[in-house]
Ligand binder design. Sequence first.
Ligand code: TXA
Ligand code: MG
Length: 361
Amino acid sequence: MKAMASAEQIQTAAQAIRDGRLVVFPTETVYGLGADAGNEEAVARIFAAKGRPADNPLIVHLESIAWAEAVVDRLPPVAGVLFERFSPGPLTLVLPAHPSLPGIVTAGLDTVAVRIPSHPVARALLASCGRPVAAPSANRSGEPSPTTVGMARASLERGLVSSVGGESGGITYIDGGPCEVGLESTVAAVSGRRVVILRPGSIGADDLQRAVPDAQIADAPSVDRIDRPVSPGLKHGHYRPGATVIAHDPQDESPDRLRSRILRTVPEGRATVGVIGIAPTAVRIAAEIGRAAGRPGNRRPAETNQGLVREAADAREYAHNLYRWFVELDGQGCEAIVAILPPDQGVGRALRDRITRAAGG
Ligand code: TXA
Ligand code: MG
């Protein structure tokens, strides 16, 4: 059950946006850190609160497709069809930017990323403030995206040097319960009839292709080997918890090889290891790590136990929990988290992308 914010809380938050202040709000993917997209100073506060490099552009959130004309120069017909089919929902399209949009939002590019979120609280906030809201995920740059308001607060407060009046550094937080999807939206660039997926998400290339059969869809590259970078052009250091994430593909790597990799990763003493994945693989891998620890000649143990294992029923549930599990296992003192890569299909592709990046891949 979703904790619903009150109408009064939403009005207060909407006023904060209009006043040029920051609001943490739930979406169906992850929590966002929002500001009035037309207010340069407000948007600058987002970059400061996150410690985000200025060359990384933001997603502009709209209440409906009718708002697009304020931020988009021309809406390509293919984009119109995709928004009709998938919005409100976890699809972000990169489109020609309206010249009036502040350059800080787009990091100086001539394109802008826009999306229409489906979470009722996000929709109520947008409707109430009446203007496009620029919002990245509500975490310090490089950390896992928050899927609860508590994760957002903990991450942003770690970055708070001094409390600038108001509550929590002037940021207003709205609680909308845990985010349903748990991974960030699919980001796709549209130009003419060509659609290129820049960041995989729960909406895949095949979903897009079905909606626009005669468009040319280029999928995000798949991660078929864990030791190869997903998208070499993209920056690393994303989605990382404090513990070292070890991406493990059970198709590619034996338990013994995994164990030596864990011990290479954790330089001294005993390695306390969390294991996450889809049932029944996570429990099996955890047991194998434990068995390897007991073998003669294995002087340095890599240990895990039931309390450090998290197992999802399927890929959707894995996506829903991934970032929360990273943060929880960190909090339980894990030095390493073995994240088992799911098969490369459906939301599995997005999971493989985020896990590989978290592992520094
Ligand atoms: O689900 C989501 O998309 C969440 C919620 C809050 O909506 N937002 C989110 O924002 O994940 P952020 O800033 O963490 O990620 C935005 C991604 C970045 O990879 C950024 O580089 C890309 O979108 N992006 C934004 N504008 C772009 C543009 N004009 N061209 C290419 N990529 C762009
Ligand atoms: Mg982010």
